[in-house]
Design a protein around this ligand. Sequence first.
Ligand code: SAM
Length: 279
Amino acid sequence: MTAHNPIYLLNSGKFGQESNRLNIQHDLFLELTSTLLPVHIAEELPDEPRIADVATGTGIWMKAVNKSLQSSGKSSVLLDGFDMDTTKFPSPSTLDHNIRFFEKNCLEPFAEEFLGKYDAVHVRLLMYSLKEEDWAPAVRNLTTLLKPRGWLFWEETGYPSWISIPPSDAMHKLLQKDVEWARQKGRCLRSPHNLPAHFQEAGLQHCDWKDYSTFEKPELSQAASDAIARVLLQAVLGIAEQGGMEGLRTEDDAQRLANAVFDDVARGHEIGFSMRWNS
Ligand SMILES: C[S@@+](CC[C@H](N)C(=O)[O-])C[C@H]1O[C@@H](n2cnc3c(N)ncnc32)[C@H](O)[C@@H]1O
């Protein structure tokens, strides 16, 4: 089932395609940032931590955190994943008993049973989901899940850091469509630079952020280029599915625009990005 978010683009394409993309890019993110949680958050977790992952997708981050915390001696971790789209959730039979999944739009209030229950709330990648005016309410809503002294940890990227070296005409052409669509739908084009202010406005304390650029790790060049090309493909597929715009009406148009980007990557263009950790 998929709850309605009229502006979200990336759940289009063949069944499994988006889940596969998310799982592959998770490995890239981990290589980029080296750890799953900021050290100061990991160090403050109690012996029996309870963690929420909002907009969890396939739950790949929760599964990895589960393994990592268990191997560091925290055997009683409890992880709850929330997403408006349940189609990417793994089959319950494949799950460890301490990982649960719930259908949830993160802009709507959480049920009483979840309020004030989590030592950490994690979010990764809502830049394609939220309108400009949704970010502040989303941050406020997520803070309702936190225990006193709990941490909100939000990983986000955005157009300001997506760059091809040397510049790619194909990527520029595709980005023009993606960004124009985002502008028409009222999405924030400055993400993730909008987040620190929303954290402060929500009353969160000891706020900090750190950027991880793929250009600092040349060994990630190919994977980073592929990750951006793949998310751009999902975006233009979504735009075509939602009615499209001039030069991008059909799945074939979307595929053609994205193939030109993949071709540039194959010719040696390096596409990089930064992931910002806000906590
Ligand atoms: C780019 S994916 C990232 C998934 C996961 N966090 C990861 O990093 O692998 C964004 C996810 O947000 C979900 N999503 C979009 N809008 C949402 C909303 N308003 N409330 C809850 N989930 C939402 C989508 O269904 C999708 O699974």
